[in-house]
Design a protein. Structure first.
Length: 335
């Protein structure tokens, strides 16, 4: 019993170290990531707001490194709709990211607008803008090394300086993005955290949330096969590149669709640590409803310590009348 309790205290100590790094001058913040990035389009690029003819709602859940417990868990909910009178779309995205079993909790609410310009009958250029509000909460309820007794556990007062200006940090943030799309190809660029807002709990720290740059491209290749109608069978190669300060990541793979079933195989590569994960996605689409599950199989040296990541997405597209104005939705995968 004492051994188990001591292990829990060590785990809390590790989380406290993470907290110190986050609140100090050595901050290397990184945004949460979703494997099913097309199932969370508004998080990927604000220019996706209103990119379908009808309104849609989306829920996403991600549990990263489940072997360590609820170490990194992220929830998101979004809604967007095309508004013809605005010649574009409106979107709302709400997220909650939990790190270290609640050591750091980040809540954000974002509103976005995307304006569409029809370059010709089949090609559209879309520009999006996003304003967000973040609230980061820090929980100091942790055990430090100087509090530990080898037999009796945490019985000593800590000498650590726990004085912070505020255990809650709130700030506004701005992002932008653009998409060039036609019936086959989709190319997009997004820049998040344009103003690099300060997010440290200490006024003396210059720690900021670094800009995140995203580039994504995909295409749809229909497959002709006997017994299938046009559009029922296709393969969709996709690539995604992201950079945030010193962290770079490259995702590449493809989706394969057979009527209502969608599958995907991906590789995620970290340029510094080489290959990171092999990703498998399986989704089902029925009329206006879609659901998908993905698993990140860690292939790096952390594979035995983390057990990868699980992700679930649920989406619903609301019924609506046919648009009178000419508008073509962006043709990209659902997940």
């Amino acid at each position: 019993m004492i051994q188990l309790t001591f292990r829990d205290m060590i785990k809390k100590f590790i989380f406290s170290v993470i907290v110190i790094l986050v609140t100090g001058n050595l901050l290397r913040a990184q945004d949460p990531e979703f494997t099913q990035f097309y199932a969370n389009k508004l998080y990927l690029n604000p220019a996706f707001a209103g990119s379908e003819k009808c309104a849609r709602a989306q829920l996403n859940y991600r549990n990263q490194w489940p072997k360590l417990g609820s170490t990194y868990v992220t929830y998101s909910a979004s809604f967007d709709q095309r508004v013809d009178v605005l010649e574009g779309g409106l979107g709302l995205l709400i997220m909650n990211d939990i790190q270290g079993d609640g050591a750091i909790n980040t809540f954000s609410a974002s509103a976005m607008y995307a304006y569409t310009v029809a370059l010709n009958r089949y090609t559209s250029l879309i520009g999006g803008f996003q304003v967000s509000y973040f609230q980061k909460t820090l929980n100091w309820d942790y055990i430090f090394p100087d509090m530990l007794h080898p037999v009796y556990g945490a019985i000593f007062p800590t000498q650590e300086d726990l004085v912070a200006t505020d255990l809650k940090k709130g700030y506004f943030d701005f992002s932008t993005g653009g998409i060039l799309a036609n019936r086959i190809h989709t190319f997009g660029i997004a820049i998040h955290h344009l103003t690099q807002p300060p997010e440290s709990y200490r006024n003396s720290s210059d720690a900021v949330l670094p800009r995140k740059y995203t580039v994504h491209y995909g295409t749809r290749i229909p497959i002709k096969a006997r017994g299938y109608r046009k559009g029922e069978l296709y393969i969709s190669p996709q690539v995604l590149y992201q950079r945030q300060r010193d962290f770079e990541q490259f995702n590449y793979g493809f989706y394969f669709s057979r009527k209502n079933i969608v599958g995907g195989l991906w590789m995620r590569q970290n340029f510094r640590f080489h290959y990171d994960s092999f990703v498998m996605i399986l989704g089902f689409i029925q009329s206006k409803f879609r659901v998908a599950y993905s698993y990140d199989l860690t292939v790096s040296k952390l594979r035995n310590q983390t057990l990868g990541a699980h992700e679930i997405s649920l989406g619903y597209t609301f019924p609506c009348r046919q648009k009178h104005k000419k508008f073509r939705p962006i043709q990209c995968p659902s997940f």
